[in-house]
Design a protein around this ligand. Sequence first.
Ligand SMILES: [Zn+2]
Length: 378
Amino acid sequence: MDVYFRRAKQVLESQSLQDVVVKGEFTASSLPEGWPWAVLCGTEEVLRLLEGLPVDLYGIPEGTVFQPRAANGARVPVMGIQGRYVDFGELETSILGMLCHPSGVATRSARCKAAAEGKPLLSFGNRRMHPAISPMLDRSSYIGGCDDVASPQGAELIGKEPVGTVPHALMLLMGSDEAALRAFDALMPSSVPRIMLVDTYDDERSGALKACRTLPNLQGIRLDTPRSRRGSFRQIVQELRWEMDMQGHEKVRIIASGGLDEQQIRELSGSGVDSFAVGTSISNAPTLDFSLDLVEVDGEPMSKRGKFSGRKYPYRCPQCYQWQVSLHSDDSIVCGCGSQMEMMEVPLLKGGRRCNEPRSAKEIRDSVLRQIEDVNNI
Ligand SMILES: [Zn+2]
């Protein structure tokens, strides 16, 4: 919490204005890096923060692919809150943080998933951020479209097993790839995929073929070639695929990692990479710039300069994903493309009580993937 909200509350109470009921809306002014759309993420955490407080909360469902501005220029409210200002005003900083960073991570993840053209995407970026937020990073990247995550806490949050191979340190400690691979295979239960990092001592080609020969049940090799050593990563992967196939290792998958971003994923598309492990690009995604603005005080529409006043309802075209904002929840709005727009708001909390059962991270992710496919087909 930021102290200025606490001071505002103290002033309101000193003026006997603590019972004034307000309506506020959470909106973004624009999206970073020219993104045409974003994925809303973090709603579940906001619900857990506000549950039990005497407020009503409503908004577009978590995982909704949205645009910040509607066709009529109004900002699209992704979430709205109604109650006494003194009951929730102090929480503004926390609520915004729970939406801004996760939505940036989920959006970047969705964009990487689209660049990967459906190939599995692994979220490996926890090391770039403070450990306290690893579970949030993992959940947000999964909701955006990553298939698996690396931290046990994050995996638990999304109901999956964490994934990972081995660090370069293991090979260095054991003196050779073969020794590390054999010891790993002997110890780990069969449920742990046999995927080996191959570029500790050797170049990618000789390391991969050596790993294939060492372990007949090898499922994949991971390339972690740093950019400075790479040359054409695409050609390295193509050569590797060819040589592995040539020697009968068609089933061994190739996992690419090492500072990959959207552009590099796109460049590797069709090269023979079977899955992508992405770290910094996802964990350090730009945050969205959501803000909370009051739009109604004591029943009267009002707003600060530059914002549209009054309680608003967000609509989306199911065909072309354009947005419109209306003062009515039952408007019949026809999109420029001719389709009937749908009202996107759902109730979240009524008097501090949940209006719906919590949705699983998988359910939210599935809806994101469907929407991303739609927006990329427009
Ligand atoms: Zn439309």
